[in-house]
Design a protein around this ligand. Structure first.
Ligand code: SF4
Length: 552
């Protein structure tokens, strides 16, 4: 049996998205500026190469990029298309109403429509140019603790079969031990989740999430001016659901189109993917897409709770950055610049703590002070209650958003958030005693494979790949599925998963059994968040697998 390797570094960064890469780059800059013994830094990432798992709308506020890499233009940053015009519409089933003014959070002058995947690739190249080791295809699997101190991360084993037994090319994961571990493992990070569980790093406010489903399309080049930004509210969501859409013209006929739904909806038979299909069938949207073709598909959860839902950011031997810390402005639909900013601040704290020879929680608390004094708080604190208020309905949310804008966040003072998955009602509560076909979404949409597509076709366009002969990376307590979930909630996993991973199939005895098509998984984390019983645990599959979000 192969021996497990141990690697010792000063700083381990888990996740090579914008937050993790900004952390690494800032560390390299500090080393250069301050001189002295260089720190050893390692970055691990589950994707096989830079940008492959990065998905966002994506509008970039370049403020942090300017601070991190002032000569970003000369270095060829892929900033895509500058925003040219902003439009917000309220949709009803057959009509649209343009808002006469664009509220400040939706004003995007100075921002860019980008491919997050391309930006991440470019950031990774900047980090590699500084001589920092990036380990692609190495997912963290377990946090390593010494009592309550975090001392590193164990990466996933390779070469385990679906029966749990080693295959021919078995390689145990490595223990990477670090003075400071920086968790940049993204929304609902599965290692950060271990910190919630073992160290109780939550601060009492339930995290708030949404699911975003995105497609890239090529449409006739003269249809939308490059730099056009469109957001919509309303149809096909009902008053009880929160969400909306985006449509960004990237140039050369390529558009990013997507739909966001708050993961706190009540209807157990609602399907976010079906809502996206209805949205595309709206006359306004279908007239934009007509004659175009689908290029790519993807989905990802968004941490929308913002400031009030940040966890304990500093621990003995560890810091948390980016989406893992819930640093997203749900009102502006932006988080990339906040993720990068938090990475920069964490790097500064870690650098000086290691130089001082003290990486205790007390010393690392400087990170929280830096966050509190930074643009992260300036931006997130005033809108801390907005998503929580939208959880009470569109009108409550709109009123809270309006008041937050008018008063600079003084009002509303506090709106309690609720665990989204607990908002889902049981079928009997929601529908009364009326009998329903529980395998058909309440908002099922017609699929024509021109404008609307089924989930399996979407998976094809996401470029997702997993070796089928490995342990299923969706750990589900299936006794719950087979005993009570069907009668109580009608197996909602088959609807909230945007990739048809969960299927209820004939069990050969007149009932249904859960079939998990794990190889379809696009790593969006929605099931880990939205399962009403909390019995789905997403863990990283074997390294290098998952979606291929090039260009997204
Ligand atoms: Fe997303 Fe879970 Fe479905 Fe994977 S299985 S695509 S993480 S909902």
């Amino acid at each position: 049996m192969a021996e497990r390797e141990t690697l010792e570094v000063d700083v381990l960064i888990v996740g090579a998205g914008p937050a993790g890469l900004s952390t690494a780059l800032r560390l390299a800059q500090l080393q250069k500026a301050k001189g002295g013994e260089p720190l050893s830094i390692a970055v691990i990432e589950k994707a096989p190469e830079a940008g492959r798992h990065q998905l966002s709308g994506a509008l970039l506020d370049p403020s942090t990029l300017k601070d991190l890499i002032p000569d970003f233009a000369a270095k060829g940053a892929p900033l895509g298309t500058p925003v040219d015009n902003d439009n917000i519409y309220f949709l009803t089933k057959g009509s649209k109403f343009r808002l006469p003014i664009t509220p400040p959070p939706f004003q995007n002058h100075g921002n860019y429509i980008i491919s997050l995947s391309a930006l991440t690739k470019w950031l990774a190249a900047q980090v590699e140019a500084e001589g920092i080791d990036l380990f692609w295809g190495f997912p963290g699997q377990h946090v390593l603790f010494d009592g309550k101190k975090i001392v590193g991360v164990r990466t996933g084993d390779r070469g385990i079969g679906k029966d749990g037994q080693p295959k021919g090319a078995f390689e145990p994961g490595a223990d990477i031990r670090a003075k400071v571990t920086i968790f940049a493992d993204g929304v609902r990070g599965h290692l950060t989740k271990q910190l919630y569980r073992y160290l109780r790093i939550g601060t009492g406010e339930p995290a708030q999430f949404a699911i975003g489903i995105k497609e890239l399309w090529d449409i006739p080049k003269d249809r939308l001016k490059p730099g056009t930004v469109i957001h919509t509210l309303g149809y096909p969501l009902r008053q009880e659901e929160f969400g909306g859409s985006w449509l960004y013209a990237m140039g050369d006929g390529r558009i990013s189109i997507g739909f966001v739904v708050g993961l706190e909806y009540k209807d157990p038979l609602f399907d976010p993917h079906a809502a996206f299909q209805h949205f595309k069938r709206h006359p306004f949207i279908s007239s934009i897409l007509e004659g175009g073709s689908l290029v790519r598909y993807g989905a990802k959860a968004l941490p929308e709770g913002g400031w009030s839902t940040q966890p304990q950011l500093f621990l003995d031997g560890a810091l948390i950055v980016g989406d893992a810390a819930n640093f997203v402005n749900s009102m502006r639909l932006k988080g990339i610049h906040l993720a990068m900013r938090s990475g920069m601040l964490a790097a500064e704290t870690a650098f000086y703590a290691i130089r001082a020879g003290d990486t205790s929680r007390t010393t690392l608390s400087a990170y929280k002070q830096a966050v509190d004094a930074s643009a992260i708080k300036t931006e997130l604190y005033p809108v801390r209650n907005v998503h929580q208020a939208f959880g009470l309905g569109l009108f409550a949310g709109s009123a809270a958003a309006g008041m937050a804008m008018l008063t600079g966040g003084v009002v509303p003072t506090y709106v309690a958030g609720h665990d989204g998955h607990k908002q889902m009602e049981k079928i009997e509560e929601y529908y009364g005693l009326a009998k329903r076909d529980i395998l058909v979404p309440s908002n099922a949409a017609p699929i024509d494979r021109k404008l609307t597509f089924d989930k399996v076709t979407g998976v094809h366009y996401s470029g997702t790949h997993h070796d089928e002969n490995q342990p299923v990376h969706l750990q589900v307590q299936t006794d719950v599925c087979h005993s009570i979930c069907g009668s109580e909630y009608g197996h909602p996993c088959v609807r909230f998963c945007p990739a048809n991973v969960y299927e209820m199939v004939d069990n050969g005895a007149g009932g249904l059994r859960l079939q998990i098509n794990a190889s379809n998984c696009v790593h969006c984390k929605t099931c880990d968040i939205m399962d009403p019983y909390g019995v789905i645990n997403w863990v990283a599959p074997e390294g290098g697998e998952g979606p291929t979000y090039d260009g997204m």
